[in-house]
Ligand binder design. Structure first.
Ligand SMILES: Cc1cc2nc3c(=O)[nH]c(=O)nc-3n(C[C@H](O)[C@H](O)[C@H](O)COP(=O)(O)O)c2cc1C
Length: 626
């Protein structure tokens, strides 16, 4: 099958016509009526469209032949087939999807199966699910599971993405968020959605409140992805202001029109990601509306709109189960929320009956979260195992994989030569640990990161990945904070700091027979919390389960809302204060301005607590997330 795919791509130019002729009659073809703007762009579209059409055709062939779909089999190794690298900002396409003969548009489960029935879903994350991160996450998947990992791009703003200025640069927003073709040679595929480097299956997500803007934006990306997703879950203030994301929940008719416009007019399927509503019944009605509008896949984030930042708490998988049980069996559902470790994925599928499980924060903390734990003896240098049997991917290993991807694909060059990762007990050289590490100063005045989504996300990714590491090694934290985004040399220097500290930590662990990482007092404290509060009421349960030494990637576990409240991390908002003030006024109690700490504030806190009680009455899962 792999050979078939290689053949398909590398001899695609010749095979294209021959195959199309051969396949005539086996696959229905349709012609889209979308027009391109200029003759030049028509030529451009033909070039890149040929590759994408071949790719799509190949996938459908495999599907028809009963294969796994094999989207990423074209580039199953993350070093495979990189071509056409370019070191400056990309100019994303400025034309709509080309008028080309395409394979019949599939829908729902048929479509899902055609892309390999993915079970592992890398969530859309603004500024964080960009190409390099997706490639890093995909790099941990064994070849037979490559097509099981579906990734979403970050959410893009449909109106900003679709509007073209009359002159170059036609759309800076688009250029700096989606780099699907080479800037100076738009006929050549580049990074985002490029099947030749393995960035498929890929869904592109937009937020929108205008069907025409959404369609215009979706047409721009259609040749480079497998589906377009509508964000109906964003709970942030900016979404409220811009009237998109979860703030469309109250306008079901608009939601229908947005989805249906893509369903009717886009050459590829449309999908949607929603949050749950106050009741299961209302959520079911909502889901039915989304599906009847034409969504091929429904992603359900099991949290309500109010559940964000300190109020995030646990997602309610029972709502997703309710949808599974009450929607037609062929509905494709992705469940989202509460996935901290790989094992949670199977648990989520068992609890919800979902087809796939999406992870956001769990993936940011551990990009290997979707991959099964390696067998003992495999990946010995990258995957560490402790005396208690618990293992984890080493931060230095993940950091270097990430840097290698940035060098290879984004910067367009070979990664620097690296020494093998240090593994204790192998008689490896340790002289290098005495070398002084110098982080080079910033170069020039303009950062290469400017306008490049892959460099732009680098620092935030590293802080997320090294969260536990930097809480011990403050010098690394400070170096990260000072580093300039586009300058890989600076990050290489930080990598060396990390590599050395990991080696030191591993040596100490071995020399102390594991005692260096033991903290009986802290373990006792956590266990006591679980005992006193009950496993579902404290994040200590998840900490005890997921904790690894600081040299391993691991989830960031937030306190549950009630715990955050008890620690004073949640402060009552203006509305709550106002409400309590009004209640007091009604009760004849007069409040003195500025005397907020007495009586009145205690009531505010009570009011917020009440609100929290309502919002956190979820299932007894001990997991916390995002
Ligand atoms: C950094 C970050 C950015 C996010 N951006 C988006 C986004 O662009 N679109 C979206 O639908 N959800 C976005 N989300 C929400 C996630 O996709 C996901 O629904 C949420 O974090 C719950 O999943 P989790 O419990 O696995 O974190 C974002 C989450 C994070 C942490």
């Amino acid at each position: 099958m792999g050979f078939f795919f290689c053949f398909f791509f590398f001899f695609g130019g010749v095979a294209d016509l021959r195959l199309q002729r051969k396949l005539k009659g086996r696959f229905a073809t349709t012609t889209t009526t979308t027009t391109t703007t200029t003759t030049t762009t028509e030529k451009v579209n033909l070039g890149r469209e040929k590759i994408v059409a071949l790719f799509t055709l190949g996938r459908r062939l495999l599907h028809a032949a009963g294969g796994r779909g094999g989207t990423s089999q074209a580039g199953s190794s993350f070093f495979f087939g990189s071509r056409g690298l370019y070191s400056t900002m990309a100019t994303a396409p400025t034309t709509d999807a080309p008028a080309a003969a395409t394979v019949k548009k599939l829908h729902g489960r048929e479509f899902y199966e055609s892309i390999g029935s993915p079970k592992y879903i890398l969530a859309p994350m603004v500024d964080q699910s960009e190409f390099a991160w997706r490639m890093l996450s995909r790099s941990f998947m064994p070849p037979e599971l490559q097509s099981k990992l579906l990734a979403y791009t970050p959410m893009f703003h449909a109106r900003l993405f679709s509007q073209d200025a009359p002159k170059p640069p036609y759309n800076k927003y688009r250029d700096s968020h989606f780099q699907c073709v080479l800037p100076k040679d738009p006929a050549t595929l580049w990074l985002d959605g490029n099947p030749l480097v393995g960035d498929r299956p890929l869904f592109v997500q937009f937020c929108a409140n205008d069907p025409q803007h959404l369609l215009a934006a979706a047409l721009k990306v259609a040749p480079y992805c497998d589906a377009v997703d509508l964000n109906l879950g964003c709970p942030q203030g900016i979404a409220k202001k811009g009237h998109y994301g979860s703030f469309l929940q109250e306008d079901q008719e608009l939601i229908y029109r947005l989805i249906n416009t893509l369903h009717e007019n886009l050459p590829i399927p449309v999908t949607a990601k929603i949050r749950i509503l106050e009741t299961k019944e209302k959520t079911l009605e909502y889901a039915k509306n989304v599906l009847s509008a034409g969504a091929s896949i429904l992603t359900v984030h099991g949290r309500r709109r109010e559940q964000k930042s300190h109020l995030t708490g646990v997602a309610d998988w029972e709502y997703i189960r309710y949808l599974r049980d009450n929607l037609p069996a062929e509905t494709v559902i992705f469940a989202n929320g509460n996935v901290l470790e790989h094992g949670d994925i199977e648990e989520c599928i068992a609890a919800t009956g979902a087809d796939g499980v999406m992870s956001a924060e769990g993936n940011l903390s551990n990009p290997a979260i979707f991959a099964p734990e390696p067998q003992p003896g495999a990946f010995e240098d990258e995957f560490w195992r402790g005396r208690d049997g618990k293992g984890g991917w080493r931060v230095d290993a993940v950091f270097r994989r990430y840097l290698d991807i940035l060098h290879k694909y984004v910067k367009g060059g070979e990664p620097p030569a690296r020494r093998p990762l240090f593994v204790p007990g192998k008689g490896m050289d340790t002289e290098w640990m005495k070398e002084e590490i110098v982080i080079p100063p910033k170069k020039g005045s303009k950062s290469e990161a400017f306008g490049n989504p892959n460099y732009g996300a680098l620092q935030a990714h590293m802080f997320h990945l090294l969260r536990h590491f930097v809480s011990k090694h403050h010098d690394v934290r400070d170096a990260l904070a000072r580093a300039r985004l586009g300058e890989l040399e600076q990050f290489e220097g930080i990598y060396k700091m990390v590599e050395k500290k990991v080696a030191e930590g591993l040596i100490e662990y071995e020399e102390t027979d594991g005692k260096s990482m033991e903290d009986p007092a802290e373990e006792e404290r956590l266990k006591k919390l679980v005992e006193e509060m009950g496993p579902a009421e404290t994040s200590a349960t998840a900490i005890l389960r997921c904790k690894r030494p600081w040299w391993c990637v691991q989830p960031i576990i937030r306190p549950l809302p009630k715990e955050a409240m008890a620690r004073g991390a949640i402060q009552p908002g203006k509305k709550d204060k106002k409400r309590v003030a009004e209640e007091e006024a009604n009760g004849g109690e007069k409040r003195v301005k500025g005397d907020e700490t007495k009586g009145g504030d205690a009531k505010v806190v009570e009011a917020v607590k009440e609100e929290l009680e309502k919002q956190t009455e979820f299932q007894t899962s001990e997991l916390v997330s995002g």
